[in-house]
Write a protein that binds this ligand. Structure first.
Ligand SMILES: [Mn+2]
Length: 438
């Protein structure tokens, strides 16, 4: 990343401005954020792979539990780093990370001592974190712990990315894009699902638990299972649907591609290339001022038109959508916010102070109901699937003759297709963070 130090300084400047506004609006004098507590498996002595509190990660990419960040108006952010005396795990010195210059850094050996460094007595300070026990013991009032009116503002502000965050998301897309290309080559050589997954992880060059989410690698009929995480060995396929992403400094990519071998059904190959064209068109519709649910409607109509062109449906997209006939083929939302979380926060938030914008009744799973604004980053991921559970009722319904069931049964063994890119909203349109890399 070029100019990383400057970009980060600017990011912290924006964070401080936004936080001061949020403190003014909620009446707190400061904020303590905990990086989080490890999650231990029940009746075990092992922890799940640790992930920082996203609000903490919004300020800096320091990994590990129990660190505290103390933020006050007009003061340099204070970071209390917890580095225990412990020979079981590596306790590497902090060194000089690119972000260090923005913080007043203290080091302590335990979580309790971290609270002692934060001198907040007599002030009204909020605490944000997953384990408020120590905060309570330190004297935080219940009304100061994870206050909803402050959290709503912090969530809202996360939907507008700074140039530093855009650079991180772009790098995550670049790394994952490269890994997608390598996974595709493995598929072309006849690899099975587990081998394709390993090809992706190897090219992403990261430990598996540092992927953005468990990869979805589907050959043929498994493509119709939206969150299939099995990894079959010894099975070759004619169609690969792979949904996999990586992280860069905490920020995620979330990318899906569908590839066909030359012996896949010709109509299914047309379906995939038609979906790819349609996905690109949907990206070009992205611009500030448009309500995201309108994109969802457009996706349904265009998917209906494609299904008519392929002969799967016998009516046009607009009518097919109105009669609910595109829903069984496209039963998920067109996209979601992307950032420190794969499904980033505040997609349904009505305003900075809170409130909820419910998804439209035709698309209850839509994760983004906001009006599109510059600086947002979200996915555009239309899909077409042959899911018998959803098609079954249509086979005998009033509109049964609007479907070519023989063709559907011929295509079903190929599962489904999805194409997903990560898109930044600019002042007059969009920038596709993914396409340049695949
Ligand atoms: Mn996604």
């Amino acid at each position: 990343m070029e100019n990383q130090v400057e970009l980060f300084a600017q990011h912290i400047q924006v964070r401080r401005q936004r936080l001061e506004q949020a403190l003014d609006e909620t009446g707190f004098e400061g904020l303590v954020i905990s990086s989080g507590t490890p999650m231990r498996y029940y009746a075990d002595d092992m922890d799940a792979s640790f992930r920082s509190t996203p609000h903490f990660a919004h300020w800096l990419p320091l990994s590990g539990p129990h660190h505290l960040l103390y933020l006050r108006r007009g003061q340099r952010p204070q970071l209390v780093r917890v580095a225990p005396e412990d020979y079981w795990y590596e306790q590497a010195p902090l060194g000089e990370p690119f972000w260090a210059g923005e913080f007043e850094i203290h080091e302590v050996s335990g979580e309790k001592q971290a609270f002692d460094v934060v001198k907040r007595k007599g002030k009204s300070v909020a605490f944000v974190g997953d384990a408020p026990r120590l905060a309570r013991e330190d004297g935080f009032l219940d009304s100061e712990i994870n206050p909803p009116n402050l959290l709503a503002r912090m969530d809202w502000d996360r939907s507008f990315k700074t140039p530093y965050e855009v650079a991180c998301l772009g790098e995550a897309s670049a790394v994952a894009g490269r890994a997608h290309r390598v996974a595709r080559e493995a598929f072309a050589r006849g690899a099975d699902e587990l081998e394709i997954h390993h090809a992706f992880v190897g090219a992403a060059h990261c430990p598996e638990d540092q992927l953005a989410y468990p990869s979805i690698v589907c050959l043929d009929e498994k493509g119709a299972i939206l969150h299939y995480t099995g990894k079959r060995r010894g099975v070759r396929g004619r169609v690969l649907l792979i949904d996999a992403g990586t992280r860069h400094l905490g920020y995620c990519s979330d990318i899906t591609r569908t590839w066909c071998a030359s012996d896949a059904d010709a109509t299914f190959r047309e379906l995939v290339s038609g979906l790819d064209d349609l996905q690109r068109v949907l990206c070009t519709l992205v611009r500030p001022g448009l309500a995201y649910p309108e994109l969802q409607r457009q996706a349904h109509v265009r998917i209906g038109d494609l299904l008519l062109a392929l002969g799967v449906l016998r009516l046009g997209g607009e009518e097919a959508f109105e009669r609910g006939l595109t829903a069984p083929f496209f039963p998920h939302g067109l996209g979601h916010f992307l950032g420190l979380q794969v499904h980033d926060v505040s997609g349904h938030q009505e305003a900075r102070g809170g409130g909820r914008l419910a998804p439209p009744s035709h698309s209850p799973f839509l994760r983004t109901t906001r009006t599109i604004e510059a600086g947002m980053v979200f996915t555009i991921e239309p899909g077409i699937y042959f899911i018998e559970m959803l098609l079954r009722e249509k086979r005998s319904g009033a509109d049964a003759n609007m479907f070519d069931w023989a063709l559907i049964d011929r295509l079903a063994p190929f599962g489904g297709a999805r194409i997903e890119d990560n898109v930044l909203v600019t002042h007059d349109g969009h920038r596709n963070l993914t396409r340049p890399h695949i």
